[in-house]
Design a protein around this ligand. Sequence first.
Ligand code: TRP
Length: 459
Amino acid sequence: MGRETWGSRIGFILAAAGSAIGLGNVWKFPYKAGESGGAAFVLVYLLCIAFVGLSIMIAEIIMGRSTQLDMVGGFRKLSPGSPWFLAGALGIASGFVILSYYSVVGGWTLAYICKAAAFRFAAFHDPAEAGASFERFTAHPVLPVACHALFMALCMYIVARGVRGGIERWNNILMPALFLLLLALLVRGLTLPGAGEGLAFFLRPDFSKFHWGRTTLVALGHAFFSLSLGMGAMFTYGSYLSPDVNVPRASFYIVLLDTAISMLAGVAIFTAVFAMGLRPDAGPGLVFHTLPVVFTLMPGGYVFGVVFFVLLALAALTSAISLLEVVCAYFVDERRWPRRTAVLRMGTLILLLGVPAALSFGPLAGAKIFFGRTFFDFEDVLSSNYMLPFGGLLLSIFVGWVWGADRAVEACRIGNPRFRSARLWAFAIRYLAPLAVAAIILHQLEILPRVGALLAGGG
Ligand code: TRP
């Protein structure tokens, strides 16, 4: 039986952009920018995207397209008999870990659509009240689990329908919807009196709150998460591509769309936050504590509140789909399971794995059994700080040195005979990307900061 492929190039680009655009853009990016000095962070982030993110994106997609397999099978095909297939296995394991907590947050967004629609935000007069309500909800023993299960069920439904009839079809509807909703929010934000201050915060760099080393690493780590790199999501989506597609160009569009959405979300959120006189540095609670208050205070806020949380849920769903697909592709390609069986079994397993994460803010808040962290925090930190960068490091070393940059460039030339930036890309994937990613990992292990302190102290 033939393997599935995308119906069209634009279908692939929208699906890959759907994977990249998610909670990372609308939830994480604005609060990280808010915490790290606004525009200065944004500037560094853009540099990380351009120099490291784009080259790893090309590498992942081209490896998938060349092998036409899941991640484990792909590594095995290009380097038979070596332990490199373990790099693929790491990616599939990351899929499990990320999705089991990502879906919990996805569940929260579903609940917040209902709250917004039921006029619940009207009771919030300041972020403290909204925050307390958020904490009450996430601490509930049943509701967060039920929302997580519902979110996983939606995700499983779409993935079970297959690449073309499920993933591509739904992304073709959900992505334009997301874009329109965001545009509406953007216009609302920009037309509020006092929007200029938020715009300045987000777009005019202020380097006083800025630490080169730490901010750069946060920005780079976030670039990975936001572009869905390091665990084979782009690899797997690339494996459904036909040879005539220009991979470097498609990668450029995907990165551009992801970055554009982050920027639009940043402008929409900060113009509104500043116009309502609230603070930009609320951290992870920015979206759930601060924005409900913004919607209460602003004219037409009811409609925009509902719109915002629908948008957040759609963005999360199209990303979750890609995480589940990575896991299922392995069982379909390597174990010959029928797609539906793979989705049902693995989806259920991830759903169960997510239950302790969903309870991490209530009944299990005290269960800090992993290095003093709750299940939720542990899964988040383990995947974003260690598994993804490590996966990206292995992939860039593999493409640059084992499979070989020359062969990878040849693979890109199918579908893009000229590939004008081939030498630049080969350089980036052999040197720039592995070094940058190694720096993130050393930083996470707290080796780099110590070396830095040592140098500063000694010099
Ligand atoms: N990129 C998504 C976001 O910004 C999250 C995501 C989906 C992801 N698939 C991934 C992150 C694979 C890392 C790897 O929300």
